[in-house]
Design a protein around this ligand. Structure first.
Ligand SMILES: Cc1cc2nc3c(=O)[nH]c(=O)nc-3n(C[C@H](O)[C@H](O)[C@H](O)COP(=O)(O)O)c2cc1C
Length: 198
């Protein structure tokens, strides 16, 4: 589930919420899974991965991750990303482009404090995406962290990312293949509406 807080009143946010409610009603599983594509300028490579979109607060989309991971390196050198939602239960794809930034330390501490100790132990014990000798070693590191670490204090290498879209495309599949594509593109602080050919 995605938690909506004080959702922005502008059309694309309201449309996203409408589609979200339809997908929830259609029993969409994994509705919070969002693909984030990034570009690492230093190695000249594009990559994608799913994360869990936790909050949409006003116009900010927020997820949490490791600040020392490959995605974090990409965001550091190129802060523009593409995000993608697909809800098969209603056959809707939402494409997003945005600039990404870290959430504040205060925000991270509060979020971390409220999470389960098990989740926090994993966040603390894992050098995300770095190779390790075995899966057993992963479990040992996790168990050590469960016993030894302060599981209420968010480490500096972990926290939230927030992005505010400047581009949305809502794609609705139709059996007839006359798929509907609507774009909302921000220009000079206003949303420009476009219909794209399927
Ligand atoms: C459905 C789904 C949700 C995920 N949610 C998160 C998440 O919220 N945060 C996170 O760091 N990784 C999450 N992951 C793992 C990432 O896809 C990825 O493996 C990890 O973040 C390392 O990515 P990187 O090497 O590009 O930094 C999730 C994976 C899946 C399949």
């Amino acid at each position: 589930m995605i938690q909506f807080n004080n959702l922005n009143q502008e059309i694309p946010y309201q449309l996203l919420k409408k589609k979200y409610d339809e997908a929830i009603n259609a029993d969409q599983k994994g509705i919070e899974a969002i693909s984030i594509s990034s570009y690492n300028k230093e190695i000249n490579e594009v990559d994608s991965r799913y994360v869990n979109l936790k909050f949409i607060t006003n116009d900010e989309f927020i997820f949490f991750s490791n600040y020392d991971s490959p995605k974090a390196y990409s965001f550091n050198c190129h802060n523009q990303i593409a995000a993608l939602l697909y809800w098969p239960s209603i056959n809707v794809q939402i494409r997003i482009r945005a600039k990404i930034k870290k959430t504040s330390n205060e925000y991270n501490q509060k979020y971390f404090f409220d999470r389960s100790e098990e989740k926090n132990a994993l966040a603390i014990s894992s050098n995300q995406s770095k190779p390790i000798d075995s899966y057993n070693q992963v479990k040992e590191n996790y168990n050590k962290s469960l016993k030894n670490n302060d599981l209420k204090k968010c480490p500096e290498f972990w926290g939230g990312y927030s992005f505010t879209p400047y581009y949305f495309e809502f794609w609705e599949g139709h059996e007839s293949r006359l798929n509907k594509r609507e774009v909302y593109k921000k220009s000079d602080d206003a949303w420009k509406h476009l219909i794209l050919q399927p």
